[in-house]
Design a protein around this ligand. Structure first.
Ligand code: ADP
Ligand code: FBP
Ligand code: MG
Length: 484
């Protein structure tokens, strides 16, 4: 077994025949030997005891790639999630804490609910705390007691009942709080920043030799976390975005040369914009951070808008918030402002595009336009998760609890090729998931909207130089390395 080091996070890598690689997750016994184990209480749970093969085989792993060639290596695998025959915590020993960090995302409350219910109903645990208001809540606020009764209806509400925040990741204070309160299971729900913070907490807990498990559940409405099939809340966001696109379409259709502009979330990646556009079929132009565009001249955005209005009398534009930021930066004084977590604050590309289009047509009195700009960001983020996301959140939460009870630590619970897995933190944080514009999914979008690709011949050469594109949202390769 190889132990590599990444970001101070030890990687457990096991190799097998035919190029098989298991990127394993740490276990409490890696640094605390001779821990007692107990039979899994699910054995005597009437709901589960009748289910054949309910327990996961210790050797079950899930491949990262499902499209393979007959002579190719078997490739990277992750440990399959699910209940184990033996657990490393007695029910009355468990003192669990749940924290939510970063921006809101539909489904947060469902994940909280299902962690609490899995702990109580599957494992007989009765001490579960909510940390109030993100990472800083560990050391600056009182905790919230969570019971099945308290969380019973929360999946029907948007937001997070335990609050969230950006910034405030103070490692010593957080781990002191975990140690002082005797917390031995920490469930951390959040995006890429949160999972980096979780990795740091895991490392410190381990350095102190504490019998405390640190596990993450990936939350990202933008779907910018790699490896996993997709993030919870993404489906709900795409669905909710339809309401804004419909409104933009109604406004555009009802006016002479009507233009509806909708800005959707997507700081670094355009998944919500791309899927919302594909789902709607009313969108004539979709702009995402991964696909550069230009305004003026032949093949430019303004030429396309004019053409579309002449052909159709109206048009709808969907723009992801991170699109065209380099154009805005070049034009306005570049803003270096950051939020409390260190994320760069973006300029409003929707407003900028709207002004550019208005300015263009102001010079053509023979072609008056009516433009309406809709920014539904916080209306989309605030809704409760839809039915399919609710089921997904339930599986993520239950898988995470099974892994934690089995003593695994330093992992994120995630869906890979339709199977629940345990993924080491570094795999989640070292890269970012992006739309690959040489992939068939983006080609589908271009053909559905009929928009230009905005690629000049020199850009095409650059794009073709890049690696062969992966299958979108499936084999987790549509990702690029990010600076940590
Ligand atoms: N590199 C990092 N190391 C430790 N903590 C981090 C890091 N990046 C972000 N965090 C913490 O994670 C939390 C959420 O991060 P943020 O970027 O706001 O949201 P998200 O997790 O959704 O990406 C914040 O409390 C922030 O301080
Ligand atoms: O106004 P806020 O809270 O900073 O949130 C805006 C950001 O939050 C998001 O919805 C999600 O961001 P995170 O994944 O970092 O939480 C982004 O799409 C958006 O840029
Ligand atoms: Mg983030």
């Amino acid at each position: 077994m190889d132990n590599n080091n990444y970001l101070g996070c030890e990687m457990k890598v096991e190799k097998g025949e035919a190029g098989y690689v298991l990127e394993d997750v740490p276990h409490l016994t890696d640094y605390i030997p001779d821990l007692p184990t107990y039979p899994n209480p699910l054995r005597s749970n009437p709901a589960y005891s009748v289910v054949k093969q309910y327990f996961v085989d210790a050797d079950d792993t899930v491949p990262q790639k499902v499209v393979v060639h007959k002579d190719g290596p078997r490739g990277i695998h992750f440990r399959r999630a699910g209940p184990r025959q033996r657990v490393y915590f007695a029910p009355d020993e468990v003192h669990a804490a749940i924290v939510t960090c970063g921006g809101l995302c539909p489904g947060l409350n469902t994940v909280i609910r299902e962690i609490v219910c899995a702990l109580y109903h599957m494992y007989g645990v009765t001490k579960v705390l909510g940390i109030d208001g993100g990472y800083r809540g560990f050391y600056s606020k009182n905790t919230i007691t969570l019971t099945p009764k308290v969380v019973n209806d929360i999946h029907k509400r948007g937001g997070t009942i335990i609050g969230t925040s950006r910034g405030g990741h103070d490692k010593p204070k957080i781990v002191d709080s975990i140690q002082d309160r005797g917390i031995n299971q920490v469930y951390i729900i959040g995006g890429d920043g949160t999972q980096k913070g979780a990795a740091v907490i895991y490392q410190e807990v381990r350095r102190r030799g504490l019998k405390a498990v640190v596990a993450g559940i990936p939350k990202t409405i933008d779907n910018d976390i790699p490896v996993i099939d997709k993030s919870f809340g993404f489906d709900t966001a795409v669905e909710e975005a339809q309401r804004a696109i419909n409104a933009a379409h109604v406004e555009a259709e009802s006016a002479e040369n009507g233009i509806g502009v909708v800005k959707l979330m997507g700081r670094y990646c355009g998944f919500i914009a791309m899927y919302a556009t594909l789902a709607s079929r009313d969108v004539d132009l979709c702009l995402i951070p991964e696909s550069p565009f230009y305004l003026e001249g032949e093949g430019g955005l303004l030429e396309y808008v004019e053409k579309r209005l002449k052909e159709n009398g109206h048009m709808v534009i969907v723009v992801a918030e991170g699109a065209g930021q380099e154009l805005l930066a070049a034009e306005t004084k570049t803003s270096t402002a950051q939020d409390a977590s260190g994320n760069k604050l973006l300029q409003d590309v929707g407003l900028w595009i709207s002004d550019k289009i208005k300015g263009h047509f102001a010079k053509q009195p023979s072609m008056p336009i009516t433009l309406k700009y809709i920014d539904p960001t916080y209306m989309i983020r605030a809704v409760p998760s839809n039915a399919s996301d609710n089921v997904y959140c339930t599986l993520l939460a239950q898988s995470c609890v099974h892994g934690v009870m089995a003593g695994y630590t330093g992992f994120t619970s995630g869906l890979v090729n339709g199977r629940q897995t345990y993924i080491p933190f570094n795999r989640i944080t070292e890269k970012q998931n992006n739309v690959v514009i040489t992939d068939r999914m983006w080609a589908r979008l271009l053909s559905s909207t009929n928009q230009p690709s905005f690629l000049r011949s020199k850009d095409v050469i650059e794009v073709l130089k890049q690696e062969a594109p992966p299958t979108q949202l499936l084999d987790g390769e549509n990702s690029k390395t990010v600076d940590n």
